[in-house]
Design a protein around this ligand. Structure first.
Ligand code: SF4
Length: 130
């Protein structure tokens, strides 16, 4: 399994790395093992450059995007992460939770602005029902 935060190992096989990057850049399919090798050995910027080259070849300058919105519907949370400045405990004077109507209004506003994705974010408010 890939560890997305793994630091690449020192490249002891630069020729193999260059050969595989060239293979990928040419559009030739690389195997899973070859991709794994590049993941562990290719310099990050070289890997990005090769990926960008392949992407341009396949898709040109065309890009796609979507409009999404994030709604925080409560700042009440009982997890109490030490790094978090967002949460408030239940009954705190700064604690808040949107009503269902307020939440619906925010979603409707996002949809009217063209959003096709809405992310609901929140503290873990075990007092909220429904
Ligand atoms: S809101 Fe999220 S980050 Fe903040 S205390 Fe709760 S679980 Fe942790």
């Amino acid at each position: 399994m890939l560890d997305s935060f793994a630091i690449p190992e020192t490249n002891t096989q630069p020729d193999k790395t260059a050969s595989l990057l060239s293979k990928a850049r040419s559009g030739e399919r690389i195997t899973f093992e070859e991709a794994l090798f590049l993941y562990h050995h290719a310099p990050f910027l070289k890997l990005g450059e090769a990926a960008h080259h392949v992407n341009l070849k396949k898709n040109g300058e065309r890009v796609a995007y979507l409009i999404d919105g994030n709604i925080n519907y409560t700042n009440i949370c009982n997890v109490v992460c030490k790094f978090c400045a967002f949460y408030r405990p239940h009954r705190h004077k700064e604690a808040w939770t949107l009503s269902q109507d307020e939440l619906d209004q925010k979603i409707e506003m996002l949809i009217s602005e063209g959003a096709t994705q809405v992310l609901l974010r929140h503290g873990l408010n075990n007092m909220r029902r429904g």
